[in-house]
Design a binder for this molecule. Structure first.
Ligand code: NIG
Ligand code: FE
Length: 415
């Protein structure tokens, strides 16, 4: 099927070739005003200025969409989520309002363990149905690609159940989906004093099945005080890497305990969270020796009432930033990338162009699908956000909390 979109007020993030954007490159936003866009079989086939349309396309296709006044941009690429979970945790939310901290709640058996209990009681069909509904809602908000982690099972059956749900989502959803094994999210109660025992379970019981059934693309570990140490993180990643799973790690959310050094040594694809960084951490993430992506999750910092990651310092030092929702029941019960982009501008002083690049092209590379997604490029998937009529790109984050999306196209079809 051929679709022609005409009279686009601004076609955003048009790139003949794309690569991960680092430092000052993030502020560059290639745009075509008064543009057309041609889509063939779900793939971007051509684009350009309306003035050149007739010379390029003497016979216009029948399927023509007029986008007068509208901006068209690549869909959000949400490279860090945990959307397969059972039940919400609003009681803990209220406990935190009353004064408990995230760490207090985790220490008394709430938090991730609370979600694990609920998940192990839920069946695969229910988990699939709920995750599907979240995915559909996210697509309507402009997300076209997503990474989804396990990590609320913490048992062999529970972790495999989540990963099988993700596999089914991959098979049935038009969105591009990547799966990450996060069995090392926390220690289950029975292994609290026996870390070796749980790591043995992860490495010798879970990983072989995950590899045999091709259930995961990446390995993740929550490297944090009270969770997994730097050494434990390295051991788990090394085992997973032998099965071809690249690390994408939770580091420096609450404390700086060496997760960044470990991640860089492991050549992690991305290091995520980064709320708590020393100056040395910032230079390690930014000096260009490590080619990975630093993924910031501002809605998690917002929801937990924490300080935001130092986006400005990271960009100014040369880092490649991506932005993601961290959608999960404990620290970010929202899958709204529009809000993530707005919050990044408002609270982390990112320019609208920087935030949009971080949420599209760099997000795509943080899931290794930068060759298919994240920019308007011939040959990439037609995953597109059509905005309502807006005066400028900056108007999107400026109007935080207002839904300015008219429609969303995934693989050339409106959702
Ligand atoms: O990314 N920090 C670790 N994991 C999740 C939250 C987990 C939870 O509280 O359920 C996060 O913030
Ligand atoms: Fe997370």
């Amino acid at each position: 099927m051929t679709t022609l979109v005409t009279n686009i007020a601004q076609l955003i993030n048009t790139r003949t070739q794309s690569h991960v954007l680092r430092g000052s490159e993030l502020a560059e936003m290639p745009v075509i005003k008064n543009a057309f866009l041609l889509i063939e079989d779900g793939i971007v086939a051509d684009y350009g200025n309306m003035d050149d349309l007739l010379s390029k396309l003497p016979r216009l296709p029948e399927n023509n969409i007029d986008a007068s006044g509208q901006f068209v941009l690549p869909c959000w690429c949400d490279s860090h989520t945990h959307i397969v979970f059972a039940g919400a945790r609003e009681a803990e939310f209220t406990d935190r309002i009353r004064g408990l901290t995230y760490a207090d709640i985790a220490a008394k058996g709430g938090g991730i363990l609370n979600s694990a209990k609920k998940l192990n009681e839920a069946n695969e069909e229910l988990l699939f149905k709920q995750a599907w509904e979240r995915l559909e809602a996210m697509a309507k908000l402009g997300t076209g690609a997503i990474e989804i982690k396990s990590g609320y099972g913490l048992t062999v059956e529970g972790e495999l159940k989540i990963l099988r749900v993700i596999k089914k989502l991959k098979q049935q959803s038009p969105l591009t989906i990547k799966a990450t094994f996060l069995g090392a999210h926390t220690y289950p109660v029975q292994f609290k004093e026996n870390h070796e025992g749980y790591i043995d379970l992860l490495i010798n019981e879970m990983l072989p099945v995950i590899a045999a059934e091709k259930l995961a693309d990446y390995i993740d570990v929550f490297c944090e005080t009270g969770f997994f140490s730097r050494e434990e993180t390295t051991a788990i990643c090394n085992a997973a890497m032998r099965y071809g799973l690249k690390p994408k790690l939770h580091v420096n959310q609450l404390n700086s305990i060496g997760g960044i050094e470990a991640g860089i040594q492991l050549n992690a694809l991305s290091l995520d969270h980064l709320e708590t960084l020393t100056d040395a951490d910032i230079s390690k993430l930014s000096d260009g020796k490590w080619q990975g992506i630093s993924t910031l999750l501002p809605t998690a910092a917002f929801f937990l009432g924490m300080h935001y990651p130092p986006a400005r310092k990271l960009i100014d030092a040369g880092a490649a930033l991506a932005l993601a929702t961290d959608y999960n029941p404990g620290s970010s019960p929202s899958g709204n990338m529009n809000l993530v982009v707005a919050m990044s501008c408002i609270q982390m002083k990112m320019l609208p162009e920087e935030a949009i690049n971080a949420a599209t092209i760099n997000g795509a590379y943080a899931m290794e699908c930068g060759d298919q997604l994240g920019s308007i490029t011939i040959g990439k998937k037609a995953n597109l956000i059509f905005t309502k009529p807006i005066p400028s790109l900056a108007y999107l984050p400026y109007s935080f909390g207002t839904n300015l999306i008219d429609k969303v196209m995934i693989n050339g079809r409106f959702v």
